[in-house]
Ligand binder design. Sequence first.
Ligand SMILES: Cc1ncc(COP(=O)(O)O)c(C=O)c1O
Length: 390
Amino acid sequence: MSPTPVTFGLPTQPASYSWEATDQEVAARFGIPIGDILRFDLNTSPAPPEIVADILASGAFETPLSEYPPSDYRRLVETAAGVYGVETDELLVGAGADEILDLIGKAFVPPGGRAVVPAPTYAMYRVITEQRGATTVIVPRLGAGEGYRLDLGATRRAAADADVVWLCSPNNPTGLPEPAGAIASLLDDIAADAEVAGRRAPIVVLDEAYAEFVGSSLLELRRRHDNLVVVRTASKAYALAGLRVGFAIASSATIARIAPYRPPGSVSTISMTVVTEALKDPRGMVANVARVDAERERLSDGLRDAGWSVGPTVTNFLLVDLEGPDRAAATATGLLLRGLVPRTFEGGHPLAHCLRLTIRDQAGNDRLIAAAREIEADRADRAREDGDAR
Ligand SMILES: Cc1ncc(COP(=O)(O)O)c(C=O)c1O
């Protein structure tokens, strides 16, 4: 079998991310009352933890809102370091994982440099690389039958002359973590290759935005590999995407290389206060993970019964294979006409035949299952009519 080719995204025209349509835009375009719009495209959670309402009602924020937030986010840093089991100088706060990824790009992807993106994966790695005027080296992941896991050999080879390697586990949008030991051995191999070549090993970013859903993390590897930066967020399992808080965790020396790029106050006092409390009292997060666990199989089974091919996942989203881009596009339209917003993959994307769907609460998931049944019944009717017409 010939190896899948590695491709290059050139920096002359940065890949851009097209932001998702807002609820208002979807409502206007598909003629749906705005209250009926339900987002299955953003991998968020149906409701924030209960403590948020109390904190907001109390108005007791860490510092007065008339002042700037403390520029070192001290309480949040101390609390998060305790939760993740790291030293305070091994952690850096940003406005969501997205700002953290951007800071990593600024610190480690030089103009004219190279960054490895095992695809399909989270779109921002390529966007950030190309915004820096660097080249994206796209290494295809293995196929669906192999859980879209990394092609370790090809990733290692591409890393040999890269500045940054962007990894994501569990991977968005494919939903599975790398097999046990895979990332550790890739890090070892990259370190060994760098030593032989007499060069500094590339920075390896490990985006663990969905780690809480699997209940494990590779944070410990930072002790052996000071080129590793782990990224975490309050947006997913903690159900606080609107607050925009994320973290970089790495050896103190590596954090010190990112810190100069950090703006002094991109995380608001309200966000800092609420996320500190949510980290201290993780009951909301634990309940959210339990909800996703309970709904994952029920939703997958319901969609399979309706006739959709649902891939395995450990996260709060499903990847549905609709066998071809046309059926994927028609299914997306069918969902949108019912007020349900899927994540689509367009423009030659390797997952153009798929839709990604967030696992929501029971009522929301029931709406999705009912819509899938209707869409498939319509499709069967149309196929019958086409057959009769021939
Ligand atoms: C893999 C991955 N990384 C980062 C992010 C961005 O997270 P945040 O809301 O913390 O910026 C997302 C959001 O979908 C994601 O899926």
